[in-house]
Design a protein around this ligand. Structure first.
Ligand code: SAM
Length: 224
């Protein structure tokens, strides 16, 4: 969990980078958004859905703040396969340390697959739900260019690596280096795949939005 000071520092850095008077940056919990119901045309989450303690609550909140007919979308890394930079790392790390498979992000985040994402969005009351892959080429200059970010101690894989004895760290690096095939110029070409899910907030005004419960049909007694 980041401290408030760190979060404020990130936000102020982002404000400097964005420099667009139309953009407004606010800090908050994605599971209890502060915005009023049905006020957003499009609500998108980038690489967050699998990190919150309650993904259903987050999806319901995204739906609540979206206008009827508006779009709700999210993308997460395909840790189990197409996010190759991380997949190669965890394959080698778990091969050498089978007892650590529970920290592999593919194990920790079963949500990051097409079916669970689609089901999550359907449970949140969205219609016309679809999932597609977004593939981003990730080309590393050489092995060092690939390996250096893992030494940064930030994020799941670097934190795990930092927790290992030096010899084990070196062994993971050596196996990866032997396994990753470089092209003639020494570069290593990979793909980073994200799964992107999108749906439409129901345009049916007879469904009421609740802060915690997503969509609720009108009561029979009042019709409201
Ligand atoms: C992998 S990072 C992605 C950050 C950014 N979206 C990006 O693409 O670089 C995951 C982010 O989820 C945030 N996060 C975790 N739980 C959250 C919550 N309950 N509400 C809002 N953000 C949360 C973390 O602070 C972290 O910045």
């Amino acid at each position: 969990m980041l401290g408030v000071d760190r979060i404020e520092a990130y936000v102020s850095e982002a404000r400097n980078r964005v420099r667009d008077s139309r953009a407004r940056l606010e800090v908050g919990d994605a599971c209890t958004l502060t915005w009023s119901s049905a006020t957003c045309d499009v609500t998108v989450s980038g690489l967050v859905l699998n990190f919150v303690p309650d993904s259903d609550a987050m999806a319901r909140e995204m739906v609540r703040v979206t206008r009827p007919g508006g779009k709700v979308a999210a993308y997460v890394w395909d840790y189990a396969g197409g996010m190759q930079m991380l997949r190669h790392f965890w394959d080698v790390a778990v091969e050498l340390n089978p007892g650590d498979s529970r920290v592999d992000q593919a194990e920790r985040f079963p949500l990051c697959q097409p079916d669970p994402l689609e089901q999550l969005f359907r449970r949140a009351g969205l219609i016309s739900v679809s999932v597609r892959a977004i593939d981003v080429p990730t080309v590393f200059r050489d092995f060092e260019d690939y390996w250096r970010p893992f030494l940064g101690k930030q994020g799941a894989a670097p934190t795990y690596l930092a927790s290992l004895p030096g010899g084990t760290r070196d062994r993971i690096r050596d196996v990866l280096k032997a396994r990753l095939v470089a092209t003639a110029d020494g570069s290593i070409a990979m793909t980073a795949r994200a799964w992107a899910v999108q749906g439409t907030a129901t345009p049916n005004p007879s469904l009421h939005r609740t802060r915690s419960g997503g969509l609720r049909p009108p009561s029979r007694a009042t019709g409201r």
